[in-house]
Design a protein around this ligand. Structure first.
Ligand code: F0G
Length: 457
């Protein structure tokens, strides 16, 4: 047997910059202890996000040169539309400038004040767009997702019991749709099984409630189905994708993830009438319906990216790299969301830093320690991100408090993963000395984590 190796080689490189602990301590202080405020040159390995940070292929760069910039009816739009239909089965496409713009357009059509939108741990912009419309995002994720040590293979699954309860206790007119996020970012890049999608779809049909996907990492979800679900081993990723999407009415997409491009998004729909309604809002907010905020060249590169992202070889290499980092950390005893997710390693900060009180933001504290230790930028997925309750204005403390180390696609080598692992292990070795966290000195009323200013306690 031969070891696995990436199914690509590197044609272009970009320098990144090492720094000293003294420099980083200065920089992070000036940044108000908010990692979003750093300049990229102040970061050595940037694991803030896997969104828009991946490397494009030679074929994508070639497609970029052939993009058709016609205002209406661009050839590149039609290439993209055909590709999306082939992969998802959804015939009606509306490009947008990124995923949250797709949410804005679709939810403007479907969500009204007082509504409730059930799903599996909605992503923060998704929840933001729901709450902004004075509606409620209802989390119906299975309980195992919140126990980081339980090795459930599909921790993104929705609990059918919770969903049925929601469907029976809320008037149907107040549930515009159910949303399945594949993979579920908030719970740790955890997949949803095909069986669960099938069952959720059947339940939605029983109550005549439409079903949509937040499909930012749909290809990674399909890979986990292929690897972990009974009877799926022999099927291709593209076959699995077609079946996944066959159970829903449409999708919002952030192309910056499994589209393998740096910017872009779209809405894809089965129903022409809904497409017509959404089209008007795309024109108002984004642009004409055949470009919706994207350039022709970006649509051309995305069409190629969607095909590359749904190939087994690419996905195997991508997800194996995330697993490589995660497995090494697990061996060192570092508490992680287990199993390792598709796009990131999620460190369980409540277990890693048990002495830091929750009001002092343990996950943010750990993310800042990692930056100071080695110039690694992760992100807090905890109480700062969870914002205040829109009604009571009290801090919301989610069940889990994570530091997410998101791995950009095709960007770093396993040497970088070893560097990151060593840094985490160094901080883990001195975890008992870390007893104090941070307090908020300034925050925005919504999505505060991007701009929050902190000070050490
Ligand atoms: N849905 C999910 C599941 C996401 O993870 C994101 C973005 C979006 C929607 C919004 O898409 O950024 O293109 O507007 N997630 C990024 C992240 C920002 O770092 O996880 P967008």
């Amino acid at each position: 047997k031969l070891p696995y190796a990436e199914p690509y080689r590197i044609k272009m490189v970009e320098p990144i910059f090492p720094s000293t602990q003294e420099q980083r301590s200065e920089w992070i202080k000036s940044a108000g202890y908010n990692l979003f405020n750093l300049r990229s040159e102040q970061v050595f390995v940037d694991l803030l996000t896997d969104s828009g940070t991946g490397a494009m292929s030679d074929l994508q760069w070639a497609a970029l040169m052939r993009g058709d910039e016609s205002y209406a009816g661009s050839r590149s739009f039609h290439e993209l539309k055909d590709t999306v239909e082939r992969i998802t089965g959804f015939a009606h496409l509306l490009p947008t400038h990124q995923g949250r713009a797709a949410e804005n357009v679709l939810f403007s059509v479907l969500v009204k004040e007082g509504d409730r939108v059930p799903g599996n741990s909605h992503f923060d912009t998704t929840k933001g767009h729901i709450e902004f419309r004075k509606a409620t995002a209802v989390d119906c994720t299975v309980d195992q997702a919140f126990d980081t040590s339980s090795p459930h293979p599909f921790k993104g699954n929705l609990s059918l019991e919770k969903l049925r309860k929601e469907f029976t206790s809320t008037p149907k007119e107040q549930i515009p749709f159910c949303l399945i996020t594949i993979t579920c970012n908030t719970s740790g890049g955890q997949p949803v099984s095909l069986e669960n999608i099938r069952q959720v779809s059947a339940l939605c049909k029983e109550f005549s409630i439409p079903l949509f996907f937040d499909a930012a990492r749909f290809a990674e979800n399909a890979y986990f189905i292929q690897q972990r679900e009974e009877g799926q081993k022999e099927r291709s990723i593209k076959e699995i994708c077609r079946e996944m999407f066959s159970y829903g009415d449409g999708m919002t997409m952030s192309s910056k993830k499994d589209g393998l491009v740096n910017i872009g998004g779209f809405i894809a729909l089965r129903d022409k009438a809904l497409y017509d309604k959404a089209s008007t809002l795309v024109i108002v907010y984004e642009g004409f319906v055949t470009y919706g905020g994207m350039s022709g060249r970006d649509m051309a590169a995305l069409a190629v990216g969607l095909d590359e992202a749904t190939e087994h070889g690419y996905l195997h290499s991508r997800i194996s790299q995330v697993e490589y980092l995660g497995e090494r950390l697990l061996k060192s005893g570092v508490p992680l969301q287990n199993p390792i997710g598709g796009h990131a390693v999620f460190i369980d900060a409540l277990k890693f830093l048990p002495h830091v009180p929750r009001e002092q933001f343990p996950a943010q504290t750990l993310a800042l320690e990692l930056y100071r230790e080695a110039g690694i930028r992760g992100v807090e997925i905890g109480a700062i991100l969870a914002d205040r309750d829109p009604l009571t204005r009290e801090n919301r403390y989610p069940q889990t408090e994570f530091v997410r180390l998101a791995i950009p696609r095709r960007t770093y080598t396993n040497n970088h993963m070893d560097y990151v692992a060593q840094a985490v292990e160094n901080v883990f070795a001195r975890r008992d000395e870390i007893t104090k966290g941070y307090r908020i000195i300034e925050e925005a009323p919504i999505m505060r984590h991007f701009t929050v200013q902190l000070s050490p306690v």
